[in-house]
Design a protein around this ligand. Structure first.
Ligand SMILES: NC(=O)c1ccc[n+]([C@@H]2O[C@H](COP(=O)([O-])OP(=O)(O)OC[C@H]3O[C@@H](n4cnc5c(N)ncnc54)[C@H](OP(=O)(O)O)[C@@H]3O)[C@@H](O)[C@H]2O)c1
Length: 242
């Protein structure tokens, strides 16, 4: 289904991004992986796995991914898995808080897409996937920052899909419901069992595992999705149909 592609992945050190790296490496793809915590990917290191240790808040360093790590090769895909989540009442939100969450969830993705869209760094027919969330369309109290970043992704995906169609790029979003990753485990550690059960009950097919999400990402990265662009594909165990 997918092989011999070169894919750039942010959030490669954890959860969905890490699982995607593992899948692509097992299927003969080359991965340029961006993250901060190198310890988490120690066992993946190989000729086909290049790790770029980078805090995505440091926008001025992004050129190292394309100029140094890529080393003259061209990418076929980019998946922006890096993301941060927070729960905070509106009274505590400051412009700095909003800036912080937008920097990682949205602005870093746009800046990487700017580099990626250059002919010298990517092949025509490339595929780009942003991870939004069911929270991109549905609200939840205390999630103004997170919800607005995930909604912003839906707008940038449609705009860039149109703009980059001239290079036969596809740009899509996926919107997962709750998936069992370190992000979710952190959230669950902060709430009581009743609330955890309530969240699980909101997913008719239960909450997801990373393995449930990877096939959709792989499909979108593969040539089989060559006529799909500008879409937001929900993958949420039925969460959003209620
Ligand atoms: N899990 C869910 O239930 C769920 C549901 C819907 C959507 N999503 C979205 O799916 C994506 C992946 O989520 P996940 O659950 O896999 O999250 P996760 O396990 O918490 O992983 C988050 C990733 O983002 C990276 N990251 C965060 N801040 C960074 C920074 N400043 N610089 C560089 N990298 C940074 C982390 O890198 P380090 O490890 O190096 O810090 C990590 O690799 C996120 O966009 C999330 O919003 C998740």
């Amino acid at each position: 289904m997918i092989k011999d592609k070169i894919i750039l992945i942010t959030g490669a050190t954890s959860g969905i991004g890490l699982a995607l790296c593992k899948y692509l490496l097992e299927n003969n793809c080359k991965v340029i992986a961006v993250g901060r915590d190198e310890d988490k990917i120690e066992n993946l290191k190989s000729a086909k796995f290049l790790f770029v240790k980078l805090d995505l808040n440091d926008f001025s360093q992004y050129n190292t991914i394309f100029e140094e790590a890529l080393n003259g090769e061209k990418l076929d895909g980019f998946v922006h898995c890096a993301g941060i989540e927070e729960t905070m009442p509106i009274t505590l939100y400051t412009p700095e808080n909003i800036q912080k969450i937008f920097n990682i969830n949205v602005f870093s993705g746009i800046e990487l897409l700017r580099f990626f869209s250059k002919k010298k760094y990517s092949n025509d027919g490339s595929s780009v996937v942003f991870i939004s969330s069911v929270m991109g369309e549905l609200g939840q109290p205390g999630k103004i920052g997170y919800c607005s970043t995930k909604a912003a992704i839906l707008g940038l995906v449609k705009s860039s899909a149109l703009e980059l169609a001239k290079r036969k790029f596809r740009v899509n979003a996926i919107s997962p419901g709750v998936v069992n990753t370190p992000m979710t485990q952190k959230l669950f550690s902060q709430i009581d069992q009743d609330n955890i059960q309530r969240i699980k009950n909101m997913h008719p097919l239960d909450i997801g595992q990373v393995e449930d999400v990877i096939p959709l990402l792989v499909f979108l990265l593969s040539d089989n999705s060559r006529w799909i662009t500008g879409q937001n594909i929900k993958i949420d165990g039925g969460y959003s149909i209620q």
